[in-house]
Ligand binder design. Sequence first.
Ligand SMILES: Nc1nc2c(ncn2[C@@H]2O[C@H](COP(=O)(O)OP(=O)(O)O)[C@@H](O)[C@H]2O)c(=O)[nH]1
Ligand SMILES: [Mg+2]
Length: 425
Amino acid sequence: MKQSKSKYNMIQEILEKTEAEIEKMNPVNILIAGKTGVGKSTLINNVFREKLADTGIGKPVTKHLRRITKEGIPIVLYDTRGLELQQKIQKQVMKEIFDLVQEKKDSREAIHAVYYCIQANSSRIEDTEVELIKEISEILPVILVLTQSIGKPADEFSRYLEEMNLPVAAVQNVMSEPYEISDDYVIPRFGLKQLIEKTLQLIPKESREAFNNAQQADIERKAKAARRWASRYVATTFGVGFAPIPFSDASVLVPMQVTLLAHITAIFGISMDKTTIVSIIAAVGGTGSATMIGKTLVANAFKFIPGAGTIIGGIISGTTASIVTSALALSYIEVLSIIATKEKEGESIDLGLLERLMRSQFKKNLKLDRKELKTKELEFDNDDALNDAYSTYSQMEETNLSVPFVKKVTRTVGKFIDDHRPFKK
Ligand SMILES: Nc1nc2c(ncn2[C@@H]2O[C@H](COP(=O)(O)OP(=O)(O)O)[C@@H](O)[C@H]2O)c(=O)[nH]1
Ligand SMILES: [Mg+2]
């Protein structure tokens, strides 16, 4: 596929704007504490994008605290190392945490919340640990995370802790990564979405956007935030004040679409390289054509509208512009949701399929009449659109023989659909 220079620049611009948007966000800062081996790293790797505990830059800030960051992800994590519960070490750790909290207080790096991790099958909690949790709770909101929770014993442990009335903000049982009991019995991940929900309630409003960007446990939540933003953008950009433009001037819409796609990418929070975005945009804008110019995306996008012949050579009204732009936004978000789910499961993505999916979702979303489009954007209880994108993609995979491990991939998508059935909520 030949990419024209201007097309390449549009992608470059989307990526740069996305980066700039992420930089503007107020980062969220979380401390993850707990004894060695309870599952802190596994929790971090599954709650946040890009296996942050393994691939992030970890810098020791004190003897027992490590600061983890990664370019492009608006979060700072602090991880305790070598936390043992002998009184001497515990005192040291507590002092290190206290000093850190004091030092960062009132700055952009102020710590917002603590995940204190205890292995759920430990079934009892030592007095020294209770002491530590109480002390940390005095200076920061703590969520007690019960890791590797399996069945009844974990529930009982959770109840036992609740009854202790510790001064914590919440208790949450989780299984961060599927746990194989035997070849045919696997405990799936659970509790991570609830952890996300509880965390969002504790952190300041200004950092919620960053947290949603950084997390990967609740893809639906990402999609909803992106849709909400896009719907407002479309309404203000192409609403009452929009003066109709001649189709020949459609290129004035290019910067708006760049802004739209960049904001969506930043709000959603997704790891994507240039080639992926090129494929998605190409699905709507077309590729390889000798006539490729900056306005191609817009011009081609309009051609998907039934009866476009009447538009070409005519004028683009605010209504038409908002139909096309909304469809672009919705299908882009649907495709991002699939990419994010694949990334979370550690599966590869077929760019050819993504391109086909983008085109087919775009066509579907264009057909929605304006009223329906509005409700689809504004009401977020309903995940039909996402589920539709998932089943379309999974059908494409089934019939696409060039994809290896088709079975495995299909199972994941099927699982996503199961996870998102409305009645499961
Ligand atoms: N399957 C599964 N294994 C887990 C989970 N949490 C922790 N583990 C296992 O427990 C071990 C220690 O976990 P790790 O995250 O390194 O603990 P940390 O020392 O607290 O960071 C690892 O080998 C993990 O495989 C989980 O949710 N599911
Ligand atoms: Mg670790």
